[in-house]
Design a binder for this molecule. Sequence first.
Ligand code: 5GP
Ligand code: MG
Length: 462
Amino acid sequence: MDCGIFGVYGHREASRLTWLGLYALQHRGDEGAGIVSGDGRTLYQRKGMGLVAEVFPGPESLEPLKGHLAIGHTRYSTTGASVLANVQPFVANCKGEPLAIAHNGNLTNTYTLRRELERTGSLFQTTMDSEVIVHLAARSDMGSPVERLIQALNQVRGAFSLLFATKDEVIAVRDPYGFRPLSLGRLDGAWIAASETCALDLIGADYIRDIEPGEVVVFGDDGIRSFFPFPEPPRRAFCIFEYIYFSRPDSRIFGDYVDKTRRKLGKNLALEHPAEADIVISVPDSSNTAALGYASRSGLRYEIGLIRNHYVGRTFIQPDQTIRDFKVKVKFNPVGGVLKDRRVVVVEDSIVRGTTMRQLVRMLREAGAREVHVRVSCPPIRFPCFYGMDFQTHGELIASKRSVEEIREFIGADSLGYLSKEGMLDAMPGNPEDYCTACFDGEYPVEVEEETGKLRLEGMVL
Ligand code: 5GP
Ligand code: MG
């Protein structure tokens, strides 16, 4: 799943801080949210479907979540259906002690592991990939929860940034490839772990460093312990799509600010695909920063040509015909005065299915735009993601079978330019070879078992 995770150790307001942290990570998942806290004796939990503010409507909802440690999760399902049983943190009893898990990422050998576990008697409660970790830990005969978890994690493959809570410890783990981000922070002597640093900012915590790929950090009574118990992989595989679309621009991930990287994507896009136009607009909010980069490098004026309605919730009821089109319309409205008679460059961070752009181009023309030039701040997405992004089949990707010219025709733009892979990698901080670019080039850093697809586990539940 691509999700947000947040944890606190050693603060008397652990659950309240986690609640705030989840607010800042809401963009990483809005299907469900949960918090589990611990006080040294046991764990307390509350979770539900919906937004953080719906699941935790006020301070009263946090009162039962006692203790000095807590972990929380905002869910965006990529494995497992959108149902309450699949909301995290997931809590189980493991060797007589409660254990909670919050997972961001997708495992790639779940089906094989689960089939084997069920064959030998495991009774699964959810259809989430993450649950296999708990079952594997329960079967371990190692002495401590940390050792059991490490033994379990040595058997899973794929992408995982994880937080665990036992009654008296918080454990943070990042897979050896480092697919998903995870940062470490400090507040009033307490330790914080968060998917993105924007969550540290909100609670006033200092950013210390990233949790490293392959690192396990244990927060407990005697401070923090860090170790690297997994075999060293042949490479790193930071999800490049976190920089392109998923993370917030005000966050620091994989060692740099998302804002800086995203602007650079926009600048490189302007160099590769200039346009004869009057103005540059973004598709708010996800492409704002790339559009700023495009405007500054091209010298074209940046304008606000689309207004986004921020109150469109998940539960918005659409009339059944033209569902997708209507969804776009309810979310964006063009600004007539800005667009009328203008030649417009629209910068978009990514085209996945193509339905958003097709509808937007039509709306921009209806608002009077004379020409519409679409520029995309990443290459065509031709391959599904099995490590946590919400496009897991070839069929749903418009670029998997169509050329750029065919896509231009489909969306109805006057011109269409995608950033090249080289231009994208040039914008990335650090070593370009450290990034996973599988959705663009099909080079999967971690092997994926055959039985894939979001709901593949559903049939295994009675
Ligand atoms: P589409 O081409 O699928 O109609 O929509 C692309 C838009 O969705 C872009 O504006 C992009 O910001 C956003 N987007 C990109 N990746 C994802 C994703 O994995 N999930 C969702 N919900 N939106 C995405
Ligand atoms: Mg967008």
